[in-house]
Design a binder for this molecule. Structure first.
Ligand code: ZN
Length: 251
C-alpha cells in the first residue's frame, strides 16, 4: 500500500500563478496517479481527497499511522521570477535505496514527455521526507509559474499521470525480482511423474510440508521454504532420520 499526498490544500494554496493554485494541480494529479495504481492492484490511500488543510507534520503522521509502504507527495515548483525556470525534480531524504531508484525513474519518465529533467535532489530538512517512516518522495511536476510547464501539464495531463504510475510500478517490479532467498529440502528428482507423486504422497502422509516442483522436464520433490538456513537444516535432519537422502536447494 502506498500513500499519495496532494500537497497544500484549504487555506494553503501552495504556489499561485495567474489565478492557478498549486493545491488544485497537486490534488488532480495525485488522484489521477492513484486511480491508475489502483487499477493495477495497488492499495492506495490519500492524505486528502478534497480541498482541506493539513500541516506537513499531520501529513507525515497520517502516513505513519496508516502504516503505508511508500509515501509520495505531489507538488508543483515555483521560482522567484515568473518563467525563470522550468523542469521536473524529485526530492528525497537521501540518495539511497528504492526511493532514490523510484525518484530517478519518475524524473526520466517525465523527461520523456518533454519536461526538462532537473533531477533528483536530497532534501533531508523537509518534514514529509524526514518524519515519514517509509520510503518517501516529493515530486515537483514542473513550475507553476512557467507557462511552458503549465502547457505541458495541461496538454499531457493523462500521460503524465500514466508515466508517474508506470515509473512507480516499474520500480516495484524491479524490487520483487530481488525477492528473498528460500531454502528448501529436496528429497528426490524424477523424470517420471508417478514416481515423484509416490514420494510426495508418502511425505505428505507423514506430515511433511512437501510439494512438487516441475522444472526442465524434471519433477522435484521438495519440503519447506525457509528464509533461515538453520530451519532448513533442522528439516533436513528430520528427513534424513526418516531415511531420505537430501540436499538443500534454493530453487
Ligand atoms: Zn508545493
Amino acid at each position: 500500500m502506498r500513500k499519495l499526498q496532494p500537497a497544500h490544500g484549504g487555506q494553503d494554496p501552495g504556489a499561485v500563478y495567474k489565478g492557478r493554485q498549486e493545491k488544485d494541480d497537486n490534488l488532480k494529479l495525485a488522484l489521477a496517479v492513484g486511480e491508475i495504481l489502483e487499477r493495477n492492484g495497488i492499495d492506495v490511500s490519500y492524505t486528502r481527497t478534497t480541498d482541506i488543510y493539513q500541516t506537513p507534520f499531520e501529513k507525515a503522521q497520517l502516513a505513519n499511522q496508516a502504516g503505508v509502504d511508500y509515501f509520495i507527495s505531489f507538488h508543483r515548483n515555483s521560482s522567484p521570477k515568473d518563467n525563470q525556470y522550468q523542469g521536473v525534480e524529485v526530492l528525497v531524504y537521501d540518495k539511497s535505496g528504492i526511493k532514490y531508484q523510484m525518484a530517478e525513474n519518475i524524473v526520466g519518465a517525465l523527461g520523456e514527455l518533454g519536461f526538462r529533467e532537473i533531477g533528483v535532489k536530497e532534501r533531508p530538512g523537509l518534514v514529509v521526507l524526514r518524519r515519514t517512516k517509509m520510503p518517501a518522495l516529493l515530486i515537483e511536476t514542473g513550475f507553476i509559474n512557467s507557462d511552458g510547464d503549465n502547457q505541458l501539464f495541461d496538454e499531457k495531463f493523462q500521460e503524465i499521470a500514466q508515466s508517474i504510475a508506470d515509473a512507480i510500478l516499474g520500480t516495484l517490479d524491479e524490487e520483487t525480482v530481488n525477492e528473498p532467498l528460500y531454502y528448501r529440502v529436496q528429497t528426490g528428482i524424477f523424470r517420471n511423474r508417478e514416481n515423484a507423486d509416490r514420494m510426495l504422497y508418502q511425505l505428505l502422509e507423514k506430515g511433511y510440508p512437501s510439494f512438487l516442483l516441475y522444472e526442465n522436464d524434471l519433477y522435484k520433490v521438495q519440503t519447506g521454504a525457509y528464509q533461515q538456513i538453520g530451519n532448513a537444516i533442522a528439516m533436513e535432519q528430520r528427513l534424513r532420520d526418516d531415511g531420505y537422502s537430501t540436499i538443500i536447494v534454493t530453487k
